[in-house]
Structures are given as structure tokens and as C-alpha cells.
Design a protein around this ligand. Sequence first.
Ligand code: NAD
Length: 698
Amino acid sequence: MPVETRVEDGVGVVVFSNPPLNPISAKADIPQAIEQALLVFDRDPAVVAIVLAAEGRMFSAGADIGEFGEDPAEVGASPRRLGQTLDALSKPVVTAIQGSALGGGLELALSTDYRIAAADAKLGLPEVTLGLIPGAGGTQRLLRLAGIPAAVRLITTGATVGAAEAREIGLVDAVAETDVRAAAVAFARKVAGAGRRRSRDLAIPDGEGREAIAAALAKAPQGPTGDAVRGALEAIGTGAEQGFDAGLAAEYATFDRLLVSEPARGLRHAFLAERAAARVPGLDPSLRSAPIERVALIGSGTMGTGVALAVAQAGLAVTVIDANEAALDRSRGVVASTIARNVERGRLTPAAGEAQRGLIAFSRDMADVRGADLVIEAVFEDLAVKKQVFETLDRLADPGAILASNTSTLDLDQIAAFTARPEAVVGTHFFSPANIMRLLEVVRGARTAPQVLARAMAFARQIRKVGVVSGVCDGFIGNRMFEEYLRQVYFLLEEGALPQQVDAAMEAWGMAMGPLRTMDLAGQDIGWSIRKRRAIEQPDRPYSRIPDLICEMGRFGQKTGAGFYLYPQGGGRPEVDPAIDALVEQESHRLGLERRAIRDEEIVERCLYALVNAGAEILEDGIAYRPLDIDTVWTCGYGFPRFRGGPMFWADRVGLGRVLDRIEQFAQGRHGWAWRPAELLRRAARSGGFAGLDGDPV
Ligand code: NAD
């Protein structure tokens, strides 16, 4: 039963349940069942007041986003009706909030007369992060409970607030230290005789604060991502000026419009894809594994140090082991300064910073891997070094420990074969800086045991990363695709584009950072060593010489103060360097190419269709399970705009027929060999797109 009722001490208690997150799902009959229960209690003369509560560890995570795509006209209907029903009752209703009350869950609570929150409860309206605004009265009710500035802040940022802050701003009426439901019942008895206190009737606290709307409007992101923020501000403004019903009408209309907008579709897909990526096809979901408790990291360089920080941030103990004392010292320094910076900026309390530091130990002794249930190797990218490390690990690591490698390009199966326990070996491909980047490619070797893969994916969640499973291939999902994207970038330079034009075109399209700036940030030398290897392994797939020429000048990007751009301050804003424009033009000349004006549209199409085609090849080769896994890699690891959903989702929105046509046209042009359409792309174009290959993403 989605809703259970009972009467306690003259108070009618309505408890809904839709585990595990208690979404207010129309499909699961939640709003309808709550409505019925409320009406019964409202008519029952033995009941003096009502408490609304939810079963389980959280009150409600909000609407069921998976239902949004199906019938847009229906999405707002039942929660709105529930709000109206609540407004029409004669008896006061008190909501008991434990865990989180988010989105539609909080809107439901705001539609009742009073809210009692558990001390550790979190409340928020995160709709803007999905390109939406609250659509069941949230903008208007919050405005009247908390005032304009608080409503603007919460709704336009999607931030959550804890119980204490919620109490301060008027969002909740009391904080319960112990049993929140019992506290709500007691509270309900107390207010039973006092009549209703509907949020729709309240005067806006302080009345003022309209300048907060103008200030937020000025800060709203440009372009499609700002639509939701602007829409929310408009609804708040209308409600403040013209009253509750006018504000409500503005809110409903904006929500309905945004629901079917392209950015909201993209954001919804990115959100659902990220969650679905955690469910690995073919892995028994009941395969429960003990959480990781102790981690050992071999190698204290850039990656080892970043991963150690990420692990400690999640509260796990980690020992960083390096053969080189100077490297360990550097790592200690980076750990200390990163934590100190986080404390300084108020991201960590001093005590939490101290605790984090205490979780990271340093050692030169490989025997200190004993006791770790996960060992992550992050030594030099050299197979001979990896061999030596894995042979040692095989001798020293606990039986049952996972042996993970952070290799970016080496063959994981070869690495696994250095041990007598290849089933315990898995890839954990972190992205730099590893304490910040959310993506973790979990690489499944040919012999990786299912429970090891499941445990590695669970570890990703433990350290608050987004895990995506990739098969073994050069570059895995992300870098293999990135390579085809970069190949086109450099060809475009040869044909007539300049670095700043390519970066500006891709950034205007939505990429967080243009490709050449990205390479300057990552370090041009990393790509250089990979290209040198590729030149030997794949002589039939030539590259532009341009990035190599830049590396030969010692310009490795930000770290050397110059790459494709100049960085006079070492980092920060890139400055265009006329010497690079001249180098690019000389290279065109050397190739006998007449430089032509290239439109931004061509830049975007070539970069992105190369990405999509490579993605289709990766699916065909079984490296990624589903298009949604690829989308997640790109939105979480490569600055691909979430509002476009991911490269595969975006390609579907463009239409695979068009994508294929353009690829076939490019195949007729210069370096046409790079444009062989993947068979799977052709098939998907015929059968209605990549989405059909995702299975049920919800
Ligand atoms: P790095 O050169 O910064 O650090 C490597 C560390 O390993 C050094 O401190 C070195 O002293 C130590 N080391 C070498 N041999 C060792 C041994 N036998 N025993 C113990 N310690 C040893 O390298 P990095 O950039 O941190 O990369 C490490 C791994 O992560 C590589 O496999 C690399 O391909 C991969 N990776 C790097 C990045 C990146 O952006 N840098 C991103 C993803 C993956």
C-alpha cells in the first residue's frame, strides 16, 4: 500500500511509502492516495489535526524524473491537485520531515500548514539543475514562508539547506532532536484548535527584497541554461507583485514550457544516465560486497596524490606508498596545502581538515599494502614498471584485496597477467585533478571477477565519483573518443582555422573549455608521448604535426607558461600568441593547402560528429555497454555540456540521418579515411537512434 493511516491521540497520521526515495510518483498512485487519506481524515470528527509523514530514511526526493518524458501534460497535474486539496482542507496539517525533502517532496511539505524537521534533515528545490523550476506551487509557497531573498537564493541555485538554517529562514517551524513523527503529532495536537495556517495566505515576510530578484537576474547564465533561472525569477516576481494565484499561474506556465525544452531534456537525460551507469548490465544487482575500508596507493605523483585526497575526503583511510622519498615529500606538501586551502575557503571545518589529514599515511615500504582491501597503482606509465609493481603486489597484498591500476593507455589484461590472481585486477581510471573530477572509468579486464567489478563500482560511489564501466582498449571510452575529436581540431587548423577560433566555437556551443585550452591545461607533453607511440602503431592514421611542433618548442601548456596560448601568470587567462598563428599558417603552406575561411558550424560538426562516430565504434566493439555510459563519461569527465545530454543523446536530437549524411560528405573530403561511418551508427540511424540501445535507463 502506498499510503497507511492511523489515528494517534486524535491526530490522523498519513504515512506514504515508495521506497527507497519516496518519489511523489503519479504512476505509483502516491499523490492520489495521499489526497484520499487527507480527505477521509478531514471529514472524520474524531480527528482534530493531520500529520503527513513518509516511511524510510528520507521524506521524499521529489518527483519521479523518469516519468517526465512520457506525458508532459500529466506531469504537473496530480501534484498540483494535491496542493489544491491541501489548501481546501478545514484542519491543519503538519509534515514530519526526516532525511531529505527535495523538489516535489518539499513542495508537498510547503503545501501543508507546518513543518517539523529532524535535526539532520536537508531541504531544497533543485529543479534548476534539471533545467526546470518547481511546478507544484514551490516558488509561491517558499516566497511566502521565507521571503524574497531566501526564495531567490534557494530556487535559482538549487542549493539545499539543513534543518537549523531552514528553521531560521522560516521554512520549518521546529527541529526535532529525536522522533520527528512523534514530535509532529505533539505539534499537531497543540495547533489543532488554532485553525489553518496555509502558506498561500501568508504575507511575504519583510515585504521587501525585490532587489534580490534584479540582482539574480543580472547574474543568470546566458543562453539556454539560464532559461530556468529567469523563469523562476519571473514567477517569484509575479507572485510578489500580483499575489499568490497570479504567481502560481506564471509558475505553472513556465514549468510546462521548460519541461519540453531541449536543455531540460538534455539535463534530464544526463541525470538519469548517470544513475543508470551505476547499474552494470549482466552484473547481478544482489551482488553485495563489503565496502572498502582501507586503501593503499602505489605512486605518490600527480594522480596518486589526487586519489589519496579523494579517498580521504570520503572518510576512508589511505596509505600512499612511493619508492622515491622526494616524491613522497612533494605529495605530503600537496595534501597539506590542498586541505589548508579547503579550510581557508570554508569548505572544511578545521577539525574536518585535521581528520582528513590524519587519514592519509605515507610510506616507502611496499609491505604497507598489507591490510588494504583495495590497492590502486599509479606509478609511471611504463609496462616494465607496472610489471614489477604488480608482481610485488601479488606477493604482498592480502588475499581478497582488489588490485587496481590507474593506467591510461596500457593493456590491463597484460597487467593482470603479471599476477597469479588476474580475477582480482581491475582498472580504476581517474581523471586529473582526481580529488575534483567526478568521473571514474572502471575498466573491466577479460578476467576481472564480477564481484571485483561490482565492488570497484561501489567504491566509486563510496568516494562520491560517477563510475562508468569500460572494456579494455587504448584510451578506454573517453580518451579514445577524445583522440578523434582532437584529430579534427588539428586538421581544421591546417585548413584555415586558428586555435582561438576553434576554442571559441566549441565553448559557444557549450563545451566547458575549448580543446586547445584543454590540452594546454592537461599538458601538451602527455599527448605528445601518445602520438609518438601511435605514429609507430598506426602509421595509416596520420596526425597533424602542429601539436608536435609546439611541443618541440618546449611549450607544454600552462605548466611551462606557453602552449597554444601564452600564460604570463603561469595559469589563468590564456593570451593569443601571434607566433602560434604564424606557425599554423606555415604548416598549411608546407602542406600546400590554401587556407580557407572555416565557419564555426563546420568546426562544431567536425569535432562532434567525429566524437559520435567514435562512440558508435566503441559500442560496436563492446567497450561501452550503452550509449548512456558514453554520455556519462563525457558530461562527468570532459566538460561536455549537461544541457545537451551527452554526445550520443545529442546526436539523436540532431537526427542520426543528418549525422550520417554529413559524415559521408566529410569522407569525400581531405583525410576522408578518418570518416568511415561505424556500422552501428548506420544501424542506429535506420532503427530510430541510439536511445533504443539504452534499454530502460530508469
Ligand atoms: P607521476 O609521474 O606524477 O607519478 C608517478 C609516481 O610513481 C612517482 O612519484 C614515482 O616516484 C612513483 N613510482 C614509480 N615507480 C614506482 C615503483 N616501482 N614503486 C613505487 N612508486 C613508484 O605520474 P602520474 O601522472 O601520477 O600518473 C600515474 C599513472 O596514472 C600513470 O599510469 C598514468 O598513465 C595514469 N594517469 C595519469 C593521468 C594524468 O593526467 N596525469 C590521468 C589518468 C591516468
